[in-house]
Design a protein around this ligand. Structure first.
Ligand code: ADP
Ligand code: ASP
Ligand code: MG
Length: 449
């Protein structure tokens, strides 16, 4: 049998310090990762975002303090890994880039999306530089090479949330990953990409999973391994429900719903390239790699009514109403034309004769241009700080008595909007943000625990 081609991805919690990096490198080696995609070290992306914002608002002393913290953290890892002078020089070059960008933002008091992406990208550029050392120390029989993912992960130029270009990525992977056949292990960055002109972009928060899937598609990998801080996908976030159960397997459709509806374990678009290229996906813990983990498959041995549940926080409910909608046609078309022009994705929607209620992210609900355009068409009401609670499973839209069971177990929790019937895999509803975790705990007790 030919050797499988494997892409392994390690998140920030697997990159926290030198010990974590060495442990993750051991896992990548033992599980035969050919390309290792890494996130920034734990908390660094948040810190870089903070540096950019402090610089923009003129709080330079605070920005400088945070830059020092980022430097110290990476220098500590470099010292613990005993990296050579060349690597240290490269690391200092990245620190210099960080300071220069932050000073520029501070001087101009202007933070463009382009500058913001370049600052955030430094997290992955630093971690991958150090992780290459950890990998080389562990994989002594292989050549280990640091690949600048911006050579292969081509995107459009929507800075902040760029769209990858899979055909370009495939061609570029062929061009730059030529050592795969001879056993070279490549270490590269998640989350970041570059335009055709070589300008740095990012794929949105949590995007390293997506990067890894895109690279896996680009090289026609057999398996994508997502190594994180939990031993697989659980029935719900174990931080909210400690007795949540780990799943041995889950379908692509269910996992995609779970990710889209808020489960942080996977970036929502991760599974699209994997499905496109028929890459098997595994999720496991870099801390307890011997545990079973979860396989995401096209089909599974069972199809339970409720497999898992999730919450998506920071949602707004927008109610759009107009008497013009009475017996009229074209209203929904006009509304969605506006959402489309603003590139807003609407995840759940219900309608009555004269009104439409839908949920979007809190941040989008503050987009004044969008609201102005909608207001020209109809009356709008906005309720912010809601959460979408979703139950994910099978045959959900054809199971009698399910809604009654759900609402009985929710008891006194006020439900603001319900979406049922559109998907056989999903039942979702909106509640006040403070009630989201409690809703999940009650539903988990009723359907899973
Ligand atoms: P990484 O840094 O490896 O990308 P993340 O923090 O992005 O890790 O994702 C892992 C976290 O996802 C877990 O620590 C857990 O709290 C959360 N999570 C949310 N939903 C689930 C779920 N259904 N199963 C497992 N973990 C979940
Ligand atoms: N470092 C990025 C983030 O924190 C991407 C990732 O970790 O997936 O959002
Ligand atoms: Mg993540």
């Amino acid at each position: 049998m030919k050797n499988e081609l494997i892409v392994s991805k390690f998140g920030g919690s697997s990159m926290a310090d030198a010990t974590c990096m060495l442990r993750s490198a051991q896992v990548a080696l033992k599980h035969k990762g050919n390309i290792v995609v890494v996130s920034a070290t734990y908390g660094t992306t948040n810190n870089l975002i903070q540096v950019a914002k402090l610089s923009q608002s003129g709080q330079w002393d605070d920005a400088e303090k945070l830059i020092s913290e980022i430097k110290e953290k990476h220098l500590q890892i470099a010292a613990d890994l005993k990296v050579n002078d060349h690597v240290l020089e490269n690391l200092k070059g990245l620190f210099f880039e960080l300071e220069t960008l932050a000073r520029g933002i501070n001087l101009l008091r202007d933070l463009t999306n382009k500058a913001f992406d370049s600052i955030q990208a430094l997290g992955e550029r630093m971690s991958s530089l150090l992780f290459t050392e950890a990998m080389a120390q562990v994989a002594t029989d292989n050549k280990v090479e640091l690949l600048d993912v911006r050579k292969v992960l081509r995107t459009d130029n929507r800075f902040g949330k760029a769209t990858p270009l899979p055909n370009d990525i495939r061609n570029l992977c062929e061009q730059y990953l030529t050592g795969l056949k001879s056993g070279t292990i490549y270490v590269t960055q998640g989350f970041i990409g570059a335009t055709r002109d070589g300008e740095t972009t990012t794929l949105g928060r949590g995007g390293s999973d997506y990067s890894a899937a895109l690279v896996a598609e680009g090289v026609c990998a057999d398996v994508l391994q997502i190594w994180t801080d939990v031993a697989g996908i659980a029935t719900t976030d174990p931080r909210v429900v400690p007795e949540a159960k780990l799943l041995d397997e889950i379908t692509f459709s269910e996992a995609a719903e779970l990710a889209t509806f808020g489960a942080k374990i996977l970036h929502p678009t991760t599974l699209t390239p994997a499905l496109r290229a028929n890459v098997a996906v595994f999720v496991g813990s870099s801390y307890e790699a011997e545990k079973k983990g979860t396989w995401i498959k096209k089909s599974t041995t069972d199809a339970p009514l409720i497999r898992a549940m999730a919450t998506r926080k920071e949602q707004a409910l927008i109610t759009l109403s107009t008497p013009k909608m009475l017996h009229a046609h074209g209203f929904l078309y006009e509304i969605f034309k506006i959402f489309n022009a603003h590139r807003v994705s609407v995840d759940s929607i219900t309608t009555s004769e004269i009104s439409v209620a839908l949920t979007i992210d809190n941040a989008t609900a503050s987009n004044q241009d969008l609201l102005d355009e909608l207001q020209e068409l109809c009356d709008i009401k906005i309720e912010k700080d809601l959460s979408l609670v979703s139950l994910i499973g099978n045959n959900i839209n054809h199971t009698s008595g399910l809604a009654a069971r759900i609402f009985k177990s929710l008891g006194d929790i006020n439900v603001r909007m319900i979406c049922l019937g559109a998907s056989k895999h999903n039942f979702c509803f909106a509640v006040d943000s403070q009630s989201a975790d409690e809703s999940i705990r009650r539903l988990h007790r009723e359907f899973i625990s």
